[in-house]
Design a binder for this molecule. Structure first.
Ligand code: DGJ
Length: 738
């Protein structure tokens, strides 16, 4: 068992040789946290890491004592993990250990997405009961350690054991106490079309937080925190990261307390949140995933990639090679008909594309974004024969067919809104704020979820549809649950998410063979919660190669390449107007789930030939791109270039890409040191597509040791790639062991 209980010292130790979490029951019954991070010997006691004469905080205000579930008002003045208001209006809690259960495996979470196991031997879970008899509250802290991963999953379940109602005001999924304040905080922050830029700064006394109050995780902040020692870099040094398996309002925060220790917490955002817990009722928090590594930021990313790709993503497509797709959006936007789409598909199949996706504009009377969301019936003006014959014509060309939907939304100009204006979120008597001319449906109401299940299932059953892009293009304003009583409005945002997850659950289980991709104006809801339903997400609406270099670099901190949709689009780029070489657009998009977002009919002959070669290359190396270990080599942020690589699990194959953002005169000598190769192997290093265009080069032979110690030559080139150079140029090398 990877969880050990010591009766003598009343310690619980979660251990697997890769990470340790040590908790202890103090004299007063409180559950303390003695250690989280580096793996420790499971046979030893770590009591000396905590207080020896602990009697509560009353006599020891501000002591840097670690607690598993810190509460407010009892002498620990740092941010709490749990605030519950009792019948008397007080939020003081005294959570005392009642018992625990250790079992193989990992149970699911009520109504919420979570990581899972396929075999109980993959993980061990402990449920620790903490109770406050005065409040009538039972808190079960659930902790799971995975066998071969440096990760621990954590959530809480609250039960009202009393006979009066309680109000949950704060219920964080994880709270971790670290012994000192010498940490840098790295968060992934941005905006629409420039999501997930890493920002790193030293913690200072006080609080630093990121979060969302939009009803979705949002483009602005990823629901994750990285705490890194100041010297930690991509490959070396200690780091601890927490990521939340949730898709709505969240708070992720680190606080350095007055005496220096750090508390990190993550969970549902307490602002605006209040959940009434009636006697006998329970509430489960979302799950937080805690990763620890001594191998730098890259080690933390490895931990997330493995867990999220293998035991958060699920369903038939989790492990299947993802098809190369062509999406109609940037190619034709709303301007298409049956014949035009079939012509596009004919062009796509000639390039080697495997899946044709019809984006927005196929339903209601939608010629622009001002109408029809909610009216999920095919627009017969554009598609007189309907979706079935369109899908059949496209499949007859040898492609699969995919479709865009945006189920959570309604246009004020729609039949659905006319019939059910009360289904749109809004406060009765107040105007509703429109965004992109649309409103959000109240998925906290079960009848709305039922309606959407029926409407979308009818669409998906009406044609041979292999793929669905589930979009969500605005955030929630005037939050108000139409079916909730006034005193329960603080539950609205979370209930919206529970309804949304329920809709995802029903549709993904009714259509298990469909590949779902989540999207929210690009990466506005690209989070671990969505990954549990859709194994891939549209990373950003920005398809410019240079912007994507930064966006994918940032997203890769948490998300595996198998989850990151990445497409080549036309130039001048539609978001930033930049003109980049076709080769560079592909060199960036290869590192994700690859596709195109353009009109094949507009391509020149040479462009078609180049794209054919790109798709053939991606398909040949698809396993490596989608399942290989991704290693960030050179950050493109604030630099003139960027580089990354993927490596096969057996380390016998790898692909390296370098992108020059701006070329400079008289560049100094420069070599790109690789990582993760086998130092004992010799690799054939072949530039792709080869020094003379179209020629596959046999390349040169280099040891893994020298490729990691000295690297590939960028200036001067070693081996030569034949790539033209200049602004926005790129180079790719394929490495294969002899
Ligand atoms: C936003 C998405 O991110 C785009 O890719 C596209 O699907 C549009 N919505 C369609 O409205």
């Amino acid at each position: 068992m990877a969880i050990t209980w010591r009766d003598d010292s009343r310690e619980l130790h979660l251990h697997n040789g890769r990470v340790s979490l040590v908790l202890a029951v103090h004299e007063n019954g409180w559950l303390g946290q003695l250690h989280v991070g580096a793996p420790l010997d499971p046979t030893a006691s770590y009591r000396h890491l905590g207080p020896t004469d602990f009697r509560g905080f009353a006599n020891r205000l501000d002591e840097p004592v670690g607690l598993a579930v810190p509460t407010a008002g009892s002498g620990d003045f740092r941010v709490p993990a749990l605030v519950v208001e009792g019948a008397d209006g007080s939020t003081v809690l005294d959570l005392v250990y009642r018992g625990h259960r250790i079992a193989a495996g990992k149970p699911g979470l009520d109504g919420l997405p979570s990581t899972y196991v396929e075999d109980p031997a993959e993980a061990t879970t402990v449920g620790i009961d903490l109770a406050d008899p005065i409040a009538g509250l039972l808190v079960t802290l659930s902790l799971t350690i995975f066998e071969d991963r440096p990760v621990i999953a954590r959530s809480m379940r609250l039960v009202n054991e009393g006979d009066t109602g309680l109000i949950i005001r704060t219920a964080m999924s994880a709270s971790l106490d670290l012994p000192d304040g010498a940490w840098d905080l790295l968060t992934l922050s941005g905006a629409w079309a420039r999501e997930r830029r890493p920002h790193r700064a030293a913690l200072l006394p006080g609080r630093r937080s990121v979060g969302s109050l939009r009803g979705a995780t949002g483009h602005g902040q990823d629901p994750s925190l990285f705490l890194l020692r100041p010297g930690t870099d991509e490959a070396h040094g200690e780091g601890l990261a927490i990521s939340l398996v949730y898709s709505g309002n969240f708070l992720a925060e680190a606080e350095v307390g007055p005496r220096g220790p750090t508390r990190a917490r993550i969970g549902l955002h307490p602002d605006g949140f209040a959940w009434t817990l009636e006697p006998g009722a329970s509430f489960t928090t979302p799950e937080a995933v805690i990763a620890w590594s001594a191998d730098g930021v890259g080690g933390l990313s490895d931990a997330f990639h493995g867990l999220f790709g293998e035991r958060l993503a699920r369903g038939a497509w989790r492990d299947r090679p993802r098809p190369v797709l062509l999406n109609s959006w940037e190619g034709v936007y709303f301007d298409f008909d049956h014949d035009r789409l079939v012509e596009m598909a004919r062009g796509a199949v000639d390039l080697g594309v495997e899946l044709f996706v019809l984006d927005d504009g196929w339903f209601g009377g939608r010629d622009d974004d001002t109408s029809s969301l909610g009216d999920w019936e095919v627009d017969r003006r554009k598609l007189p024969a309907g979706l079935g014959p369109l899908a059949a014509d496209i499949e007859a060309l040898g492609l699969r067919f995919g479709l865009w939907i945006e189920p959570e939304m309604v246009s004020p100009r729609s039949r659905l809104f006319e019939a059910h204006p009360d289904w749109a979120i809004g406060v009765p008597g107040r105007p509703r704020t429109e965004s992109r001319q649309q409103l959000v449906l109240d998925l906290s109401r079960p009848e709305v979820v039922d309606h959407l299940e029926t409407a979308i299932a009818a669409v998906l059953g009406s044609a041979s549809i292999s793929y669905v892009k589930w979009d969500m293009n605005r955030n929630i304003t005037e939050p108000y649950g139409g079916a909730l009583p006034p005193e329960r409005q603080g539950e609205f945002f979370h209930r919206y998410l529970l309804g949304t997850y329920e809709l995802w659950r029903r549709l993904t289980s009714r259509f298990p063979e469909v590949l779902f991709e989540s999207c929210a104006g690009g990466g506005g809801r690209f989070d671990p919660g969505m990954l549990a339903f859709a194994p891939q997400a549209w990373t950003s609406d920005d398809t410019d190669a240079i912007e994507r270099l930064a966006i994918q670099w940032g997203a890769s901190h948490v998300y595996p390449l198998s989850s990151m949709g990445a497409h080549v689009s036309a130039v001048p780029n539609h978001q930033v107007g930049r003109i980049t070489p076709l080769a560079t657009r592909a060199a960036v998009a290869f590192f994700g789930v690859f596709g195109y977002e353009l009109d094949p009919r507009a391509l020149s002959g040479p462009e078609r030939a180049e794209i054919r070669a790109q798709i053939a290359f991606y398909r040949e190396h698809r396993e490596l791109f989608q399942r290989g270990r991704f290693v960030r080599l050179r950050s493109p942020l604030g630099r003139d270039d960027g580089a990354w690589m993927v490596i096969s699990p057996d380390r016998r194959g790898a692909i390296v890409a370098h992108v020059r953002i701006l070329a400079r005169p008289v560049p100094p000598p420069d070599r790109l040191r690789l990582r993760g190769l086998d130092p004992g192997l010799t690799y054939r290093v072949s530039p792709w597509p080869g020094p003379s265009a179209g020629d596959a080069s046999d390349g040169v032979r280099r040891g893994g040791d020298v490729l990691m110690a000295a690297g590939l030559g960028l200036v001067p080139e070693d081996p030569p790639t034949g790539a033209p150079g200049g602004d926005f140029s790129s180079r790719i090398w394929v490495l294969s062991a002899d």
